[in-house]
Design a binder for this molecule. Sequence first.
Ligand code: FES
Length: 159
Amino acid sequence: MLPQDQVDVWKKRVAGHAHPMEFAIDLLRAIQAHHGWVPDAGVELAAEILGTTPLKVEELATFYDKIYRRPVGRRVIRLCDSICCWSRGGVELAVYLQDKLGIALGETSADGAFTLLPSCCLGACGDAPAMMIGLKTYGNLSPERIDQILSAEADEARP
Ligand code: FES
C-alpha cells in the first residue's frame, strides 16, 4: 500500500499527536497516490498507523468522494452536473463524453486511462460547463475543447 519508508514517516508524524485522526485524510490521499485507489488493505494500514479501527477510517474514506474505494482509471474525470453547468449544456457534454470514451457515467475506459464520474458543483460556475481531471479544473467546455483536453490528459496518463 505504501513503501516501508513512507509508513515509517507517517508513524513518526502521528506518534504522540493528541489527535491522530487529523492525519487521516492526508494519509488516505498518500495511499491513493501510491496505489491509485484505497483498497481494504489501505484502510487497514491507515487504521494501524493512526491507532484506530478500520471502521473509523472507513467512515471517513466513504464520506469524501475524492477518496476512491474502488479501482479507477489513471485519470478521473468529474463532470459537474449542478445547476449552472446543467443549464449551459452539461447534459449534452455528458452524452458527448460517454460516447467519446465508450463508457457510461461511473465506468472506466477499456484502456484504464479514464474514469468518468458525475460531480456536484466544482466551484467553477462562472466558467460553466466545467469538469475536473485530477486536481485541474477545466471550464467553458465544448466538444472541441474536451477533445483537446482529453488528448493532452491521455498523453500524461500513459502508464
Ligand atoms: S454548477 Fe458546475 S461548477 Fe458550479
